[in-house]
Design a protein around this ligand. Sequence first.
Ligand code: HEM
Length: 274
Amino acid sequence: MVSSAAGFRAEELTGRGLLKASAVTWFSVAALGQFAFALYIFLFYGGAAIAGDWEAWTARLIVGFVEADVLGNLNVLAHMLLAFIICVGGPLQFVPAIRKRFPVFHHWVGRTYALAAVLISLGGLYLTWSRGMAGLVNEIGISVNAILILIFAGYTVRNALKRRFDRHHRWALRLFMVASGVWFFRVGFGFWFIITGGTMPGVGPMLNGPFDYFLAIGSYVLPLVILETYLHARDKGGAAVRHAASALVFSAAAVTGVGIVGAAMIFWLPTLLG
Ligand code: HEM
């Protein structure tokens, strides 16, 4: 009893407890938001597919289904299935209770997630460069995102196979951040929508405003910077650094939460109810 109280006190003094609480808070908010995105994909794209209403897909997408473009159309189909797997599987991988109690499940979800992330990136690159996607800046932004997913998936799997679990865990976190890039992109718009009262300055009609360009790159670079700050504080920081990093991660949790509500308001709910 005495030693656990002493341990708790030591955690408070070094900022470890606070940093962990901030990470758990951010992660819980993000997991809910990814499940909401997955639910949207399932209800909208899955629902329309079951009803055989493929035109609903094309009406919602930038290009959608194009007559005689078999490879492109198969890619669009696979994209939504893989997107669903990624949004459900990613958050599950970071729940310690699942990892410890169901290791076999963790291994298989992990393999499926990494494979899905690789396939969606290759397919997404094909769609982006064969059909175009809202201008060069956005095309380059999402392509760099896809390349980072491919690289990080490689490191995550490699370290797991070599049983270097500490490194595996770090690369898995990085992979999760970049594979969530398109989700952060939507959450970023949602946040901007809410804090600007719906006026959204800097957003262009064709995703060509300064804010759009900022998000095209920032949607994966900013989460990566915050993750690296967190990892540095956790492993090498002193108490002051850990407290500062905790404040950063708690702020990120607030921004993410507001952004999820905004993304649901401007993207997901209007499509589902529309
Ligand atoms: C890794 C996670 C990804 C998820 C969860 C995801 C999810 C989605 C979803 C849900 C849509 C439909 C638009 C909507 O209803 O919001 C979409 C469209 C699209 N995505 Fe992704 N995506 C991912 C990665 C990528 C990557 C890496 C690329 C490019 C390199 C990409 C390229 C595209 C393109 C081009 C479309 C439009 C397809 C069309 O209009 O025909 N995606 N994505």
